[in-house]
Every structure is written in structure tokens, then in C-alpha cells.
Design a binder for this molecule. Structure first.
Ligand code: ATP
Length: 320
């Protein structure tokens, strides 16, 4: 669907993309990175709206440098910021966008009605957009990206500004864009946790560089952090410490979480696979302690960055 090769974008004072090479296949793909990581810049280059400084990219086999209009015919785009006219209704706006994409008047009206229903806007669709909630505006932006039946859509931070319920509804809608209509999706977010649940594949960028690109299952396995809490006993008055030492003896290191609340009673460790769960269970049982909880922690993108920082430091350390 998308392929970039050593793609860079330099602004006078900042390098927004730094030799990014990445491939995106069909399905739902998440593009994760902190604010300023280069996500929106990448989308604009892929749409042929902004030229790259170096490198190349193709979308649906079309070169972004020369085939921008053809790409935009086949790709839908939901921009990040509020860009809706307040005085017109959702129906009027989406019909207008459908007509701009080349649909004849009747088809534009029919597709608009179907798409607005699909994104969950019903009677409200005849009211001016200015009176809509953030969630409703996000749905209008999504509808205009889908109305011309694209092969692929770019959704830039579609959950921004939504409360947890609105966020879950939006993520469900995004998943259905692919399952119900077969449209592939590239969706950006600064929260890895929400994309883990929605996407088949996740790409992480930081400072315009590719940090990681892998299927969501691999990703979760790589980054799963387990939180463990145990009871104390007469034999082990500090149960947490006993488990930590026993895990260390078996080659499993726990994270330094001394800065976090409740740190003294909670052990955090990276669990690369199922065997780590079994090991923790066995260690706790051998020590005769009670396991109060063992749960997977949801990740914030910062944890991925921290892990990669640690890897970088290790690499530097080993190198010299
Ligand atoms: N037109 C521009 N002129 C100068 N700098 C820009 C321009 N557009 C983006 N940048 C800079 O490029 C970097 C990447 O911005 P970009 O908007 O792509 O990030 P992002 O990952 O989409 O983050 P956000 O979600 O906050 O938009 C930032 O440092 C930003 O300030």
C-alpha cells in the first residue's frame, strides 16, 4: 500500500523526517509517535501535498512526487485539526466533498447518507456543524474521508479530544472501515495502547526516525510489562524483595520503578513470552508467598522510547 525509501523532510530549523524507510501492507496500520515525531508531515508527503527533501515514496504504486492528484483520488484523508465550516450541516459539507471528488449529484447524496449513517450521525446531520460536540465533528471528518470510497484512508489523530467512551467508539469505527468495506487504514496516535487494540501492524517514529515496525502481536510480546504484587510471610518479611532476588538468580531483571507510586510493593518486568508468566508463578510458589496480582500493564509510548534509549545505551556501551 505504502513504501518509503530514505524519506527526509527538513524545515529550516527542524528535521521532521530523517531517512525513514518503511513499508505498509493492507489492513489497519498504526503510526505512533509523540507530538512532533513527524506523523502529520509523513501523511502530507504521502498525499503529494508537501514535497520531500530527499528520498522517495509510493502510495498504491504511485510516486508521491509526480502522482499527487491520482493518489488523492484513491486515498481519503482525515486531518488532525478542526477544519470544518461551522455554518453548514454535515450533509451539505459531505455532499460537497463527494462532489469535489468527482461523484455525480445523485451518487454524492446517496453516498453521503450511507457514510454519515455508518459513522453514527443520524438526525443531527441536518444541523449546522458549529453546534456539534468534538465527537460528532470527528465523525464528520471521518465521513468526508470515506465518502468517495477510497482504497486507503489516512486518519490523523482521530481520537484527539475524545472522552474514553468516544475514543472506544472511534476505534471500533476505524476497525470496521477495514472489516466492513475492505478499505486499508493508516491511523496516527501518540498513544500506543489504543493502537495495539485496533491495528494489525504498528510503526513507531521518534524524531522523524523509524523506531520499530512490526505486527501488533509481535509488538505486544516485545513490550509487554508485567506488574507483580506478592504477600509477605514470616520467612520472607519483604516478599517483593525475595521475588526480585529469586528472579535475578534465574536471569530475569526487574525494572527500576523507584520513582513510581507504590514502587516498594510492585515489581515490573519485561515479559518476552508465556514462559515468563510460568517462571513468576513458580518462583512465588517456591518461596511460599501469595500472588496478589500479576497483570499486563498498558503502555504509553514513552515506555517504548525508554526501552529504545536503553538499547542504544547498551549498544554504545558494548561498542566502546
Ligand atoms: N510547515 C512547517 N514549518 C516548520 N516546521 C514544521 C512544519 N510542519 C511541521 N514542522 C515541524 O516538524 C516536526 C514534525 O511535525 P509533525 O506535525 O509532522 O509532527 P506530528 O508527529 O504529526 O505531531 P503532532 O501530532 O503534534 O502534529 C515538528 O517539530 C514541527 O514543529
Amino acid at each position: 500500500m505504502i513504501a518509503t525509501e530514505s524519506l527526509s523532510k527538513r524545515f529550516p530549523r527542524v528535521t521532521a523526517l530523517d531517512r525513514l524507510s518503511v513499508a505498509v501492507g493492507p489492513g489497519v496500520t498504526g503510526l505512533v509517535g509523540a507530538n512532533g515525531a513527524g506523523k502529520s508531515t509523513l501523511i502530507k508527503i504521502l498525499l503529494g501535498l508537501s514535497p520531500a527533501s530527499e528520498g522517495r515514496a509510493e502510495v498504491l504504486g504511485l510516486d508521491v512526487a509526480t502522482k499527487g492528484p491520482a493518489i488523492r483520488e484513491r486515498v481519503g484523508y482525515m486531518p488532525e485539526h478542526d477544519c470544518l465550516p461551522p455554518d453548514v450541516s454535515a450533509t451539505e459539507f459531505v455532499v460537497h466533498m463527494a462532489r469535489m471528488s468527482g461523484l455525480p449529484p445523485t451518487a454524492a447524496r446517496e453516498r453521503t447518507a450511507d457514510t454519515l449513517r455508518h459513522v453514527g450521525l443520524y438526525e443531527e446531520r441536518y444541523r449546522p456543524i458549529g453546534g456539534y460536540s468534538t465527537g460528532m465533528k470527528q465523525r464528520v471528518k471521518l465521513a468526508q474521508a470515506l465518502v468517495h470510497d477510497p482504497q486507503l484512508v489516512f486518519l490523523d489523530e482521530p481520537t484527539n479530544g475524545l472522552d474514553p467512551v468516544g475514543r472506544d467508539e472511534m476505534l471500533g469505527l476505524i476497525r470496521r472501515i477495514h472489516t466492513d468495506f475492505g478499505i486499508s487504514v493508516l491511523v496516527t496516535s501518540h498513544l500506543l495502547g489504543e493502537l495495539e487494540r485496533t491495528c494489525d501492524h504498528v510503526i513507531v517514529v521518534d524524531g522523524g526516525k523509524l523506531l520499530r515496525s512490526s505486527s501488533t502481536t509481535d509488538f505486544t510480546q516485545i513490550t509487554t510489562t508485567l506488574a507483580i504484587e506478592v504477600t509477605d510471610t514470616d520467612d520472607h518479611p519483604d516478599g517483593t524483595r525475595a521475588v526480585r532476588d529469586a528472579l535475578h538468580a534465574r536471569g530475569v531483571d526487574t525494572h527500576d520503578n523507584s520513582g513510581l507510586p507504590g514502587a516498594g510493593h510492585i515489581l515490573l518486568l519485561t515479559a518476552p513470552g508465556e514462559e515468563t508468566y510460568d517462571l513468576v508463578r513458580d518462583v512465588v510458589a517456591e518461596l511460599g508467598l501469595g500472588l496478589v496480582r500479576m497483570e499486563q500493564r498498558r503502555h504509553h509510548i514513552a515506555e517504548v522510547f525508554r526501552d529504545s534509549d536503553e538499547q542504544r545505551k547498551e549498544a554504545v556501551g558494548h561498542g566502546g
